[in-house]
Design a protein around this ligand. Structure first.
Ligand code: NDP
Length: 447
């Protein structure tokens, strides 16, 4: 069987086995297509059935999460943990709380996580979890009761050397704290079972900033190659959550200007540059809407509808909100307006057609697997610190992060070149991430 027909057979079976899960199909299609030249050059990958094995999660856990709201009513949500691949280390990947969560979203995220974690160079397998619970509008006590119920089941399946979840959309320090407390209480074990913990109880400095900083560090590597200066760069950053806030912070520290940010309702534009203090207060402390920014900055404007942010003229576009938020039309507008670099802070925020438009028009496109790997990288460093019973300084963790992002850029660059696609970082990231996992799976036999 040719490499091409092998890939088609694997993809057809995946679609048949996972009906109604378009995000998973999309994520798998992209990776499988990139691997054609790899299979042609390494037929042993076909012989060992690496592809049919790698697209099948090692384990899927799906469970009921009953909890009691503030009106003493019983609520029921659904919880998930997909343990996708443990060839190179314990499963590792975030937990997402958002009403849009269903099994297909968790599979897509878990699948991407395998290759992302591999790119960091650390020993971490791929996994992801979550629930359709919506923390928005819930009291702290409701969030706590939900998290405790969620962890009551999840704790049977995770552990510091088995599976180490972290945060994602809707899961920040507050939720990690409640889940950690419940894990410790049930298992009677204080261990590094979650990352993103508070600094007083095993967290790592730089974890909060890591995904956003890491994204800007890898963009910085590209800019050095292009001989560009941050002082000349205007940026748009979608979202106003963890990734967006710290990407903006690092851009500003390096001298660049961010003129637009968003949330799921709409976006703000501030020609003077976004005042991040205001965004942080609104989003991190008061849990308010991005619209309210304009109450404090009279020259700023608010536009309803989050996708309009891509109409803002910029040199660098960083989608940092959610999947498929940047479509082909948006990509064409960005290209027309002179955008030179797009870096995915979110997971799969760019549709395949939009990504193709960037490649065709020679806009540097950094896929999420590489560009947002800084978060899980510092999670890996948090695990290392927990094992050593040590806490590193901010400077040490930040220098490690910077180094990891530099190495990721080098490895996606050289993989793209080695397989005859220079500058195609989608292929570079998929190939570099895949090779390490594939070699490990072959070495470990049919498991
Ligand atoms: P947060 O929950 O902190 O923030 C998410 C942001 O995206 C919010 O501004 C939210 O707006 C917006 N958003 C969420 N859903 C939608 C939607 N359907 N349409 C438009 N906007 C939306 O999440 P994070 O910043 O942690 O995560 C953002 C992305 O980055 C996700 O794709 C995540 O998987 C990815 N990522 C995160 C990592 C991390 O370390 N946190 C690591 C690697 C990737 P609103 O408040 O209105 O909901």
């Amino acid at each position: 069987m040719s490499a091409k027909s092998h890939i088609e057979a694997v993809y057809d079976q995946l679609v048949r086995r996972n009906p109604g899960e378009p995000e998973f199909h999309q994520a798998a299609r992209e990776v499988l297509d990139s691997l054609l030249p790899v299979l042609e050059r390494n037929p042993e990958i076909i012989d060992s059935a690496i592809l049919p094995r790698i697209v099948e999660p090692e384990r899927v856990v799906m469970f009921r999460v009953p909890w009691i709201d503030d009106r003493a009513k019983v609520q029921v949500n659904r919880g998930f943990r997909v343990q996708f691949n443990s060839a190179i280390g314990p499963y590792k990947g975030g937990i997402r709380f958002h009403p849009s969560v269903y099994l297909g979203i968790i599979k897509f995220l878990g699948f991407e996580q395998i290759f992302k974690n591999s790119l960091t160079g650390l020993m971490m397998g791929g996994g992801k979890g979550g629930s359709d619970f919506d923390p928005k509008g819930k009291s702290d006590m409701e969030v706590m009761r939900f998290c405790q119920s969620f962890m009551t089941e999840l704790c049977k399946h995770i552990g510091a050397d088995t599976d180490v979840p972290a945060g994602d959309i809707g899961v920040g320090g507050r939720e990690i704290g409640y889940m950690f407390g419940q894990y410790k209480r049930i298992r009677n074990c204080f261990e590094g079972v979650l990352t993103g913990k508070g600094l007083e109880w095993g967290g790592s400095l730089v974890r909060t900033e890591a995904t956003g900083y890491g994204l800007v560090y890898i963009v910085d590597e590209v800019m050095r190659d292009m001989n560009k200066n941050w002082e000349d760069m205007t940026c748009t950053v979608s979202g106003s959550g963890n990734v967006a806030i710290y990407a903006t912070q690092k851009i500003q520290q390096l001298g660049g200007k961010v003129v637009a940010m968003s949330d799921s309702n709409g976006y703000i534009y501030d020609a003077d540059g976004i005042n991040l203090q205001t965004v942080k207060r609104l989003k991190e402390v008061e849990r308010r809407r991005i619209k309210d920014y304009c109450d404090f900055h009279k020259k700023a404007t608010y536009t309803e509808g989050c996708n309009g942010i891509w109409n803002v003229k910029c040199d660098i576009a960083l989608p940092c909100a959610t999947q498929n938020e940047l479509d082909e039309q948006a990509a064409k507008t960005l290209i027309k307006n002179g955008c030179i670099i797009t870096g995915e802070g979110a997971n799969m925020p760019t549709t395949p057609e939009a990504a193709q438009a960037f490649l065709t028009n020679k806009v540097v496109f950094l896929p999420g697997k590489a560009a947002n790997a800084g978060g899980v990288a510092v999670s890996g460093l948090e695990m290392a610190q927990n094992s050593q019973r040590q806490s590193w300084t901010f400077e040490k963790a930040d220098a490690e992060l910077r180094n990891i992002m530099r190495n990721i850029y080098k490895s996606i660059n050289s993989a793209a070149e080695a397989y005859g696609m220079p500058g195609n970082y989608i292929a570079g990231a998929n190939i570099a991430g895949f090779m390490k996992v594939a070699k490990s799976m072959m070495a470990q036999g049919v498991v």
